[in-house]
Design a binder for this molecule. Sequence first.
Ligand SMILES: NC(=O)c1ccc[n+]([C@@H]2O[C@H](COP(=O)([O-])OP(=O)(O)OC[C@H]3O[C@@H](n4cnc5c(N)ncnc54)[C@H](OP(=O)(O)O)[C@@H]3O)[C@@H](O)[C@H]2O)c1
Length: 404
Amino acid sequence: MTASKPISVLGSTGSIGGSTLDIVREFPERFRVVSLSCHQSVEQLAEQIREFRPDRVCVGSETAAGDLRATFPEVGVCVGEVGLVRLAGDPEVELVVSGIVGAAGLLPGYAAVQAGKAIAIANKEPLVLAGELFVNEAKRTGATLLPTDSEHNAIFQALHGHAREHVARIILTASGGPFRDRPPTEFANITVDEALAHPNWEMGPKVTIDSATMMNKGLEVIEARWLFGLSVDQIRVVVHRQSIVHSLVEFVDGSFLAQLGLPDMRIPIAYCLAYPDRLPLSLPKLQLEALGRLDFAPADLQRFPCLDLAMQAARFGGSAPAVINGANEVLVAAFLAGAIRFLDITQTLQAVLQFWKVQQTHPELLTTPKTLDDALCADAWGREQAAALMNRNLTREPLPQAVA
Ligand SMILES: NC(=O)c1ccc[n+]([C@@H]2O[C@H](COP(=O)([O-])OP(=O)(O)OC[C@H]3O[C@@H](n4cnc5c(N)ncnc54)[C@H](OP(=O)(O)O)[C@@H]3O)[C@@H](O)[C@H]2O)c1
């Protein structure tokens, strides 16, 4: 009988966190939840405390922490970034699920790497900001980086047992999101609800909007280059509308290995949780004959300029990925809040990357982050530029309204 693995689920109230807890619920003898975290969803966290009985939790504010301490005196409650770093480095924890959204996951994710944990990395933004630092630190501490994003998990599985020098390139598949068939002339009227209606995946709002602009695939290219030690030119993106082939590795002899499955994040999450074991999940299984066909098409960079921008940032290197990530987080939040239009995301990102390229007054901004502070600084610069441009450009025309 396998001993139960002590785990920490950071971002337990989110989509990745919820899917992780589904696996724990199905295999209670395999995992023990040592800690959980949320930012604001304290009621949901309280339900999770009742069900999973963690030793410790972390929340975003002192007020929420006080309420939880009163309700659950047996649970250690910590707050904010310091608390998340504490949970990630907890000596009792063997595996950390990195399910926080955005750059907010950088310090806790890095703390898990510093502490030599196994880390199921769903939270891609920290790797975009500081991928090289993560990978180097993992080599130093022996931390195991377990790619959890479905595409990266597919590559991770396909690479298993193969020498890196035999890899020619990897191919990341992309569903194309909700606007893969919409004429670009109609993009100006895209509403928040439309952008949140992903055809294949149920995810948190930020990554869903990133999927609609295809910025998500660009961030994934940057994530993949660090996780798998590849050049940007060794990474291709192909649109595959069914999201069944989760990604492929092309080897030097012309063989391709892919990982297939239904689009359900519980499959890659379970793979990471149990790694190197596999869990007999009770999910519906892929029926190829029912599917009939699989389609593949080139990624249209005219339709999805955000993918092109992120690839450009990846090729520029230096702090460009961190800058574009920070700017994108601000813009997606503004779009979700109804403050800017869908196309403003792309246009503003283009301008921010242009500013970055001509940056003379802060030459240190152009170089590759050597510390987490450098990465956060570049991310903050991207945020400032995006916010300033947004405030300047806020369109006078009314924003498109959701269709009732
Ligand atoms: N969802 C997917 O299927 C999927 C697939 C592949 C990769 N990913 C990646 O996984 C990450 C999480 O995505 P998600 O879809 O699960 O996001 P989500 O549903 O929005 O959940 C985000 C989680 O992070 C917490 N959080 C938000 N802001 C925080 C902050 N400032 N400090 C600490 N915690 C914070 C949230 O707490 P509250 O609930 O309290 O706000 C929630 O628990 C993203 O990086 C995404 O790109 C997701």
